[in-house]
Design a protein. Structure first.
Length: 117
């Protein structure tokens, strides 16, 4: 007899936890960057902060969201392949748009530092 596979409830929780924990780290890093910038704008190096230090937690948020979204789609009967092929482009596109906006904001902060000097 044919039976439906069990939905990946565990992966839903794991994806959510990955996104939340990475989001907390990312928020603290951004707050620290803004705090350092407001205290001493001339010595704050935003370009170096935009590197791997911010990218790692951001990738954690995006990968957790991918796992969470694709596992949630599997609750509705989608297969692994279909769920990930729907969610991967969606997650990558959304992540790129948000990262580009964040980069523009950081560039604006950097320009305001150089204009004041």
């Amino acid at each position: 007899m044919y039976s439906l596979p069990q939905p990946p409830y565990f992966l839903i929780a794991v994806g959510l936890l990955i996104s939340l924990s990475s989001g907390i780290v990312f928020a603290k890093l951004i707050k620290q960057l803004v705090k350092d910038w407001s205290v001493n704008p001339s010595t704050c190096n935003i370009v170096s902060m935009r590197g791997l230090t911010l990218q790692l937690p951001y990738l954690g948020i995006a990968s957790g969201a991918l796992i969470f979204l694709s596992s949630s789609l599997q609750l509705f009967g989608f297969t692994n392949l279909v769920a990930y092929s729907i969610c991967l482009p969606l997650t990558v596109a959304t992540g790129l748009v948000v990262w580009i906006q964040l980069t523009k904001i950081l560039d604006k902060m950097e320009r305001s530092i150089t204009e004041e000097s």
